[in-house]
Write a protein that binds this ligand. Structure first.
Ligand code: GLA
Length: 397
């Protein structure tokens, strides 16, 4: 974690100095954020709707060109350096931090981008294994930095952020081997300060929804690392796909659970195995909740928004079964605090964090109550991050 007292200028300066000591030259510095999802969980890979926000935790890349075709990448977090030749990139992932870098480079090359050799210094403060998308933030930061460096004539603003997000998702799906949806990379690319992003994961159309003043996004880390998540995640995806196959007898046009209404599930769901039917019920209900939550936000009805968050959590716990005792406890504790509009687990599940919308003037009492209750209940001290919605990827210096 970065010391909160360090201002952005100070830390950018430190990073530049650290780069120059290691590599010389004069680097450009880029930054891509992690995210928290307000509502719309496990809907992205079902062609559905999500509403994440980028947050203040990020990965930064300092980068300067080399005259050859080598990429030399140093991680401040791992105190480790790797080297690659742009013309002979590794064929397989190695279970190493640099997989995310190599994956993105490979996808950029595959997409026909002309890259140049470079020195890169990587430094991130997104808590890892906490479900706040540290991987998307490194992917998007690396992709953006390399593209911007390769095309100095095009200033960053004209870079296609949606294409970048898709390339980064592909790196994770095809190179790293995690079958994630598009949500994390998309909001890391497109996030806007003070706004939640409502995304249609089929058309990739999105709207920025202003978050009202006076509301904090409190992110509570259970400190349970979601390490079993990948196998379970892929299994949930497979169950959703099985649901679509089962229902397509009656709904030949259904390509994804996005195309199934609650009424259709009611009518034909009986034929599905119980587990599959419950997975479908979560996704179909969650899609509807995201759209209702967007309407509630647009008219400033935070009570309605909060109710939808609570319903989302129950559905993730009971039907989708991706919560865990620690997440449930964190939610129960938060629900009892004054000024809380709504609270739920966020991200893939099986550990990681909850997200709570809480009145800004109640946030201190909230932290104290939740911290004490959680520590009493689990013997473990949680971390609580009070966040606000941040900008997506960009150049900082
Ligand atoms: C992870 C994935 C996302 C999304 C969420 C669950 O964060 O990376 O694509 O599927 O889980 O909503």
């Amino acid at each position: 974690m970065v010391d909160a007292k360090r201002t952005l200028e100070d830390s950018t300066d430190l990073m530049r100095r650290s780069f120059v000591e290691r590599f010389g030259g004069s680097p450009r510095i880029y930054r891509a954020p992690g995210r928290v999802n307000l509502i719309g969980e496990h809907t992205d890979y079902n062609d559905g709707f999500v509403m994440p926000a980028a947050i203040g935790f990020h990965t930064r890349i300092a980068i300067a060109p080399r005259s050859d075709r080598k990429l030399v990448v140093y991680s401040e977090n791992y105190s480790d350096q790797v080297e690659f030749d742009l013309d002979h990139l590794p064929a397989k992932c190695a279970g190493h931090w640099s997989d995310y870098v190599v994956g993105v480079v490979k996808m950029l090359v595959h997409a026909g981008k002309e890259l140049r050799g470079a020195h890169l210094l990587v430094d991130g403060n997104v808590p890892q294994g906490a479900g706040l998308s540290s991987s998307a933030s490194i992917e998007v930061a690396v992709g953006y930095a390399l593209l911007d460096l390769a095309n100095p004539a095009i200033e960053g603003e004209s870079l296609d952020r949606t294409k970048l997000a898709l390339l980064c998702q592909r790196a994770e799906n095809e190179f790293v081997g995690a079958r994630c949806g598009i949500m994390d990379q998309f909001v890391s690319s497109h996030g806007e300060r003070g706004k939640a992003l409502l995304l249609d994961c089929r058309s990739l159309k999105y709207r920025q929804l202003p978050l009202p003043d006076g509301v904090a996004l409190a992110v509570c880390n259970t400190m349970v690392k979601h390490s079993i998540a990948q196998g379970e995640y892929n299994q949930r995806r497979a169950e959703c796909e099985a649901g679509v196959r089962g229902l397509s007898k009656h709904l030949p046009n259904a390509r994804a659970l996005r195309d199934v209404t609650p009424e259709a599930l009611e009518a034909y769901g009986e034929e599905l195995p119980d587990v599959v039917r419950r997975r479908c019920r979560h996704v179909i209900g969650e899609n509807a909740r995201v759209l209702q939550a967007a309407s509630a936000l647009e008219i400033g009805d935070l009570a309605a928004f909060g109710k939808l968050m609570r319903e989302s959590h129950r559905s993730l716990r009971d039907d989708f079964e991706v919560s865990c005792a620690e997440l449930d406890l964190m939610v129960e504790l938060a629900e009892q605090v004054e000024g809380v509009y709504g609270t739920r687990m966020t991200g893939g599940g099986f550990g990681g964090c909850t997200i709570t919308l809480v009145r800004a003037d109640c946030v201190e009492a909230f932290q104290q109550t939740v911290r004490q209750g959680y520590e009493r209940g689990t013997g473990c001290r949680p971390e609580i991050y009070v966040c606000s919605a941040a900008d997506g990827v960009g150049r900082v210096a």
